[in-house]
Design a protein around this ligand. Structure first.
Ligand SMILES: Cc1ncc(COP(=O)(O)O)c(C=O)c1O
Length: 381
């Protein structure tokens, strides 16, 4: 059996999305900037996709900027806000558990003379709003806090964070990559200034994402050239991917409640399967404040690279936040922020599920973990 349980890394393209994209590849090959009929037809596809997406997140179509993915969206939002607003101050706030496409941008800005506060998290991966309140300064110009974490699934209180910022000059950016399709995202209700998404996490294609920019939010744009995206991002639009993303986001949102129920069942099934087999484990995170598709578990009997390799050999594809550099394993920065230098930062695995998965696949993962556990037990006896 082969079981892919790494849906937080990426998802396959949904058949409906693939069909829509294939049609555009063969029928609407025009350049949306061309003024003839072929160009206008492509422009129509892009406009319609923009409207579709805007409706899902309760924005206006003109507030959506298409990008090559969340890495670009995060770069544009953070650098764009920091540079454009530096006359207002050079202090920025983020968290210790952001994705590297956020963290590395802040580290870069520090080298450019900006001051960055990296908020700590508790053992469940949640920030304390009091910490944020205390970190805010008159010269803070941007707060960037992720909606839901990609390694442990921890959800932050973005609505409450926005309330805290109401009377402050700082903009609020959120990386909502993992939340999209799993949590309702209403940019107006949540009062978000900048929001990043990437399509391949919700059964859309890779290499396409977006940045929502609240009207009146002035940021510096990086890419110069043609007048595409109302001069905010030069470069010919990738029409099939844009339409694919709009289709995928609409589908994921329409099916969200049913998918989430199923995902929660699968998670519960997995926990029971591990308990039934007496495999020792602990959860990293709080199951009640967790994205429904992500679960990160600590197995106090083997190191992450051994578990990942043995699972891979058994046809189970999962991952961890650890990075393998030059043969040694770097513990995940997210788990380190949650637990310090605890052994569990090197003995934890992320499982991320799809609502299409079957109980038998979950049982298979548990069976393989049992084999690894027993093998380790024998070795240490
Ligand atoms: C939370 C989060 N932010 C940003 C990204 C970057 O997305 P992309 O690689 O599509 O640019 C990812 C993808 O792993 C992610 O999980």
């Amino acid at each position: 059996m082969e079981v892919y349980a790494d849906y937080a890394a990426t998802t396959p393209v949904a058949p409906e999305v693939r069909d829509v994209m294939m049609d555009i590849y063969s029928e609407q090959f025009g350049n949306p900037s061309s003024i003839h009929r072929t160009g206008r037809a492509a422009r129509q596809v892009v406009d319609e996709a923009r409207r579709q997406i805007a409706k899902v997140i309760n924005a206006s179509p003109k507030d959506i900027l298409f990008t090559s993915g969340a890495t670009e969206s995060n770069n544009t939002a953070i650098k764009g806000a920091a540079y454009k607003r530096q006359h207002l101050g050079r202090h920025l706030i983020t968290t210790q558990i952001e994705h590297h496409s956020v963290l590395h941008v802040f580290e870069y800005l520090e080298k450019q003379g900006f001051e960055v506060t990296y908020l700590a998290v508790n053992r469940y991966g949640e920030i304390d709003l009091n910490d944020l309140e205390q970190a805010l300064r008159p010269d803070t110009t941007l707060v960037s806090i992720m909606f839901g974490n990609n390694e442990v699934g921890a959800i932050q209180q973005i609505g409450d964070i926005a309330v805290l910022l109401i009377d402050h000059q700082a903009l609020l950016h959120t990386d909502a990559v993992q939340a999209a399709g799993h949590m309702p995202i209403d940019v107006k209700e949540l009062n978000i200034d900048l929001l990043s998404l990437t399509a391949h996490k919700f059964y859309g294609p890779k290499g396409i994402g977006l940045l929502y920019i609240k009207p009146g939010t002035d940021i510096e744009f990086q890419q110069l050239g043609g007048s595409q995206e109302t001069k905010r991002r030069a470069g010919t639009e990738n029409v099939p991917l844009i339409k694919g993303m709009a289709t995928a986001l609409t589908l994921a949102t329409d099916q969200m409640d049913a998918r989430n129920v199923r995902l929660m069942q699968l998670k519960e099934h997995f926990l029971n399967a591990l308990q039934d087999r007496s495999i020792p484990f602990e959860m990293n995170g709080n199951q009640n404040m967790q994205l429904p598709h992500i679960m990160n578990l600590y197995f106090p009997f083997s190191d992450v690279e051994i578990i990942l390799t043995l699972l891979d050999m058994a046809g189970v594809y999962v991952s961890s936040g650890s990075a393998c550099t030059a043969g040694s394993i770097e513990p995940s920065h997210v788990l380190t922020a949650m637990f310090g230098t605890d052994a569990r930062t090197k003995q934890s695995i992320r499982f991320s599920f799809s609502s299409h998965m079957a109980e038998e696949q979950i049982d298979y993962i548990a069976d393989q973990l049992l084999k690894i556990y027993e093998m380790n037990k024998e070795r240490s006896e």
